[in-house]
Design a protein around this ligand. Sequence first.
Ligand code: DON
Length: 570
Amino acid sequence: MPAGLVAFVVLAVLAAAILPAAAASPPASRARRAMVVGPEPIAVARALEVLRSGGNAVDAAVTMALVLAVTFPQAGNLGGGGYMLIWKADGKATVIDYRETAPAAATRDMFLDASGRVVPGASLTTYKSSGVPGTIAGLAMALERHGTITWARAVEPAIPLARDGFELPRGLETVLEKQRGSLAAWPASRKIFFAGEMPLQEGSRLVQKDLASTLRLLAREGPGAFYGGRLAHLFAADMKAHDGLITVQDLASYRAVERAPLAGTYRGFQLLTVPPSSAGGVAILESLNMLAPFDLAAMGHNSSAYVHLVCEATRRAFADRSRWLGDPGFVEVPLGGLLSPGYAQARMRTYDPERASPPESVVPGDPLAGESTSTTHFAVLDEAGNVVANTYTLNEWFGNGAVVEGLGILLNNEMDDFAAAPGQANLFGLTGSQANSIAPGKRMLSSMAPTILLERTPEGRMAPKLVIGARGGSAIITSLLQITLDVVDLGMELQEAVNAPRFHHQWLPDRLFVEKGGFSTDVTDALRRRGHDVAERGPKDEVFAILVERHTGWIRGAADARGYGVADGY
Ligand code: DON
């Protein structure tokens, strides 16, 4: 090979390594009337079928959530919880909070040993790590209040997929291998996800017979079968057999809650997002308020000045999250203060464009003294213009790895999202205070944040512009913040924005994470000179987005290149 060509090839390979997904992003999928985006193709196809046969966005979303419980078992679920943000073409918006709750027998110190130290793994790997599942109640509530099809009809497409199985995709093989240990610990899980000693491989059939029976019963008897009927008794018996806490009474007392979305504005767009019990929406709105006075476009996407500014904002927002946020049914969350622009500006008074603020100066703020005057994700946009953005989870991939014997339902390990002890870091390195301590019936704090940006149309009504959501624990907040900036401030193409390398700073640990291979040494060196402790890490999050482009009439959908999701429409 001639020297010139060698140099060219070397450069091309280097460029591909430094600028991974963004440079090579194909354009987002586009459609004229409806769009669905989700983490795997079968569920997206089923949701589109519901839309084509006249169902609305909520019908499609609920159907999709139930299909994902089968086809995306690592996060799609019946045994977890989440949040559904619904925006209707008549302008009304609502949030269904179906986050798990702590069972009645849970106690503040349940994950501590006699000397007050956290027992390693107890909040992640045991039956006690599970909160009372909210998914079935949440989906049923969404359908009953905002859908048009029957519950049985929504459950139906999931049944044959569980009974007859489906071909295991490579992406699922990868996570099965990764979580091999947590699944292998439970015979009921091994029976489903293993062939002999090995997790199932790409191309084999994943059949979930017990889950098919559970779904059939749910279709026939309704969601009550899980919250007091036959399924509840089987669930509670399995809990008891494994030293878990959830009882039939816990299931019977579980309630999904419908809440008003949090609303804010950013550069002329109206933002609707999820209120507590998630901290996600609060942290995104608070960060945007802190960033509003700055010209981010002039700094340049992912330049050191830009990364520094955005992470100085998220450091402050996460400090507040840790101090102030918890289940609003149990603690007073000072939303008015936290979300007021004056408070955000006060928080940024210590911001220095040249230096990372010293850790001792980035402490939680005092929103009580502020101007308290205001207050596996998927998405569907239907032909009438209704939108659903839904994020739900088992916490870790496959939750604690345990399948409930006889039910085929994977158990969440969401109890780890509580602060096991003040200042104790959880799986995502997040710390919390009394506001997020364990108490019976309380919802553990979340970072999930399905979000919709609305714009005023030339006719003067509000209409969806951008619909976003992500997985990734605490990185949900920083990734959705970055997508908002990419689209609103930088005008990036949707797929390019979704695939672009991301960074993350969550206050504690006091470290700025940058995505491996996504940032040049010029940028990371410049950030280190400002005083940041910069560390590379692999991708932690995955974003799903829909963009309505009013001037062209296209609806664009983008699933993250980091996963194996798809966007499709018609
Ligand atoms: O509610 C939360 O914030 C976490 N349990 C979400 C977990 C998550 O996103 C895992 N995804 N990688």
